[in-house]
Design a protein around this ligand. Structure first.
Ligand SMILES: [Zn+2]
Length: 437
């Protein structure tokens, strides 16, 4: 009978001697059932003289859904080995490590609840009836055990920045201006081709932080990176040129179209202000059409596009003509980017790019000239997107998880802990914890 109870409890090295009903669940009495526990931890000699018993109450997981209290009657022993520095010792087994008040399995269950189960530290502490610091320490230990120290080879790397917390502003009385005092960022490195999730994060958003992280990878790993997806950031561009000279940089359509839409809005606001002498409002057709102007014509019906063009032509020419030019330039750029993943031929792409440049130059609008210059600067990276179809969407998805983790935790004080939590949360799929089976 006792044997069966011991097996049911399943704590290696401990045997059940009695089970009683306590006020909140069973109370289980235990004795040591491991010969090795009798050996001196210092010299390894088997002890012969007992110093008596001690009772400890290690915390454990519930048994059969009921909170279970353990009482372990462990012996203290004298070490009689001449020359051994240890005069006496208390029994210890691997299931309850020495000087620990939790069983090993309770500790790893709390750590796994946070690292693999997506719980907050606070909720894992409530679930297992232990304190916040205990769960935090268990999580750190679990994360160190389950996260790989070096990423496996990556063909397509994504780099993106994400703000850490809220920026803080301060008013400078002397100059009469506001300036930022705290603006913390994390740069994340993401595996876009192999599904490893977030590979690492570094604090700051300078070229040096990016170069340092990459320099910490083995040379063979760096040489295997073929493509790097970034947003249009010159900081990341120069960092990659320096650290991964052989890799091809890619800028995806998302950021280019975002910029083109911002340009359309900029033109609309400027001409409204110049002609009407104030900002747009209800009753001004160009203001009422503002959302339709940034929508893709390809996703609108032909009638709606014709109607939009008609309405712009019906506006005062000093408003309608520039907005229509900006809208056309944006659509030219969309047409060009839509060639991605269709294995387009060189002439086709060149023609569409030429049409876009001509539209910008002919308009004479400073905003479109700036857009054309930006596209020209980033053309090799945009062309790489048209040929490969690689996007940085994986990094953006990672950022969403990063922010969710931070919000669930009500913010982090310690950036090291934040990176560890983020890393665990964003690699859950890769580590097999989101598999429905
Ligand atoms: Zn000894």
């Amino acid at each position: 009978m006792e044997d069966a109870t011991t097996r049911l409890l399943g704590l290696d090295g401990l045997a059940v001697t009695a089970v009683a009903d306590g006020p909140h669940g069973p109370v289980v009495d235990l004795v040591t059932a491991d010969e090795r526990a009798r050996r001196c931890p210092e010299c390894g000699t088997r002890a012969r003289r007992s110093k008596g018993r001690r009772v400890t109450r290690p915390r454990d997981l519930p048994v059969g859904g009921r909170p279970t209290k353990l009482r372990w009657f462990k012996r203290r022993w004298r070490c009689d080995e001449p020359g051994c520095a240890r005069a006496s010792f208390t029994e210890a087994v691997t299931a309850v490590p020495a000087h620990k008040r939790l069983t090993g399995r309770l500790r790893s269950a709390t750590g796994a609840a946070v690292a693999d189960g997506g719980r907050t530290i606070m909720q894992a502490a409530r679930d297992h009836d232990v304190s916040w610091p205990v769960v935090a320490a268990a999580f750190t230990a679990h994360a160190a055990a389950v996260l790989p120290t070096q990423p496996r080879p990556v063909e397509v790397l994504g780099i993106d920045e994400v703000r850490r917390g809220r920026p803080k502003w301060e008013f400078d009385e002397a100059t009469g201006t506001w300036h930022t005092v705290i603006d913390r960022w994390h740069v994340g490195f993401c595996d876009l081709s192999g599904g490893q999730g977030l590979l690492g994060q570094v604090e700051g958003r300078t070229a040096a932080t990016v170069v340092d992280w990459l320099a910490a990878r083995p040379k063979s790993w760096r040489e295997q990176v073929r493509f790097v997806a970034i947003d249009m950031s010159t900081v990341f561009k120069s960092a990659i040129r320096h650290a991964l000279p052989a890799a091809q940089l890619v800028v995806d359509h998302f950021h280019v179209i975002q910029l083109a839409n911002a340009t359309v809005t900029e033109v609309r606001r400027r001409v409204t202000m110049q002609v009407r002498g104030r900002r747009g409002r209800k009753g001004n057709r160009e203001w009422e059409l503002r959302n339709r102007l940034t929508r893709a014509a390809a996703r609108m019906s032909g009638d709606l596009v014709a109607e939009l063009e008609g309405e712009l032509k019906g506006l005062p020419p000093r408003i309608g003509i520039p907005i229509l030019a900006a809208w056309n330039a944006k659509e030219d750029l969309r047409d060009l980017l839509a060639r991605a993943r269709t294995s387009p031929n060189r002439e086709d792409v060149a023609d569409l790019l030429y049409r876009f440049y001509c539209r910008c130059v002919e308009s004479g609008l400073p905003e479109l000239e700036r857009l054309a210059t930006t596209v020209q600067t980033w053309w090799p990276e945009i062309l790489a997107f048209i040929h490969t179809g690689i996007t940085n969407a994986g990094s953006e998805a990672t950022n969403r998880v990063t922010k969710t983790v931070a919000r669930d935790a009500y913010g982090f004080r310690n950036p090291v802990n934040q990176r560890l939590r983020t890393r665990c949360a964003t690699t859950r799929r890769y580590r097999g914890h989101l598999d429905p089976r």
